[in-house]
Design a protein around this ligand. Structure first.
Ligand code: SF4
Length: 319
């Protein structure tokens, strides 16, 4: 199939903080060799707890962060170190919807100003062209021209998120990184926004990288899912496959928290501390919390193996 984005062995480590007193500050190992590719038109989900590296992955792909290692390709072009005009082009093709997009709308500016900002940043100068583009695009998110002169405080949470989504779409991108796009919203509005995003995907032939801590939401939205733990992908499969046959103990614990989804019906409560990305454990990074831990897990890192077509897993239970 037509691969739009490929990420190979992506690594991102950064110092926890820089102080003069601390000669060698602890390093956050946010990404430890993450690889995946996304086909055009697909919705690919990255799921895991906070600190697993999923947001760092999104920010590195859109080049808000520089990778420490690895390679990234967009439409076949190596974008790992691009700059200048090519970067500007990439910033038009790949857009990001943030979790707090709604909350981060400038409270002093009208909807019209907010929507014109991305166009201006890409060098569109003509006022009439900006107006026309905005007016023509409002319908995409089921809003109309009556919203143009309103301020963010005059909008509901769902309307604000629609404006946030539209400001990501206004440059006609091909690839959208959606970073927790509904987790700040009321549950009643989440489904509306997710359905809107699905419709937009069909209408505009978009590809999504969908980042969330909520496996239920990711399973609803995505065609394929990668489960991340401490900067690594521990399991990756088609959404239906992962749902029917979650293999990694961490994936099993995530599914067990979703009512009706667990294979055994038993809620698996993880023991031990939440992962610390500055100090990952020896062996399998998940072993301190794993309910299927074996002796080998404490000292030897498992390798990723493909257990069936498109379903890969990184765990000693699958040699
Ligand atoms: Fe658990 Fe061992 Fe598999 Fe890690 S490798 S997930 S500790 S069984």
């Amino acid at each position: 199939s037509d691969i739009i984005l490929e990420v190979r062995d992506l690594v991102k480590h950064y110092p926890l903080r820089r102080t003069k007193l601390l000669e060698s500050p602890a390093r956050v190992r946010a990404l430890n060799g993450v690889s995946f590719s996304i086909a055009r038109g697909e919705s690919f989900g990255l799921v895991g707890e906070s600190g697993c590296g999923k947001t760092t992955a999104g920010h590195t792909i859109i080049k808000l962060l520089e990778p420490t290692g690895g390679k990234m390709f967009f439409e076949g072009e190596d974008i790992t170190t691009i700059k200048g005009e090519r970067l500007k082009y990439l910033r038009r093709k790949i857009q990001i919807i943030f979790q707090d997009t709604a909350g981060s709308l400038n409270p002093k500016k009208t909807v019209k100003w907010i929507l014109s900002e991305p166009l201006r940043s890409q060098g569109v100068r003509s006022r009439s062209e900006i107006e026309r583009t905005i007016r023509e695009s409002l319908g995409l998110v089921d809003l109309d021209e009556s919203f143009l002169d309103r301020y963010p405080h005059e909008l509901s949470g769902g309307q604000k998120q629609r404006i946030g989504i539209l400001s990501a779409l206004i440059l006609n991108p091909e690839f959208i990184i959606a970073d927790e796009p509904v987790s700040a919203l009321d549950v009643s509005i989440q489904a509306q926004i997710l359905n809107l995003m699905k419709n937009l995907q069909k209408r505009l032939s978009l590809t999504y990288l969908f980042i969330s801590h909520d496996l239920g939401v990711v399973h609803f939205f995505c065609d394929r899912i990668a489960v991340m733990y401490l900067g690594e992908i521990v399991e990756m499969a088609e959404a239906t496959d992962l749902y029917a046959n979650p293999c990694h103990p961490y994936t099993q614990s995530l599914f067990s928290a979703i009512p009706g989804a667990s294979t055994t019906g038993q809620r698996i409560i993880l023991q031990g501390d939440a992962p610390d990305p500055t100090n990952p454990p020896q062996g399998c990074p998940f072993h301190p919390r794993c309910f299927k831990r074996m002796e080998i897990c404490t000292h030897t890192r498992p390798k990723t193996v493909e257990i069936s077509r498109g379903h890969s897993i990184c765990c000693h239970l699958y040699p």
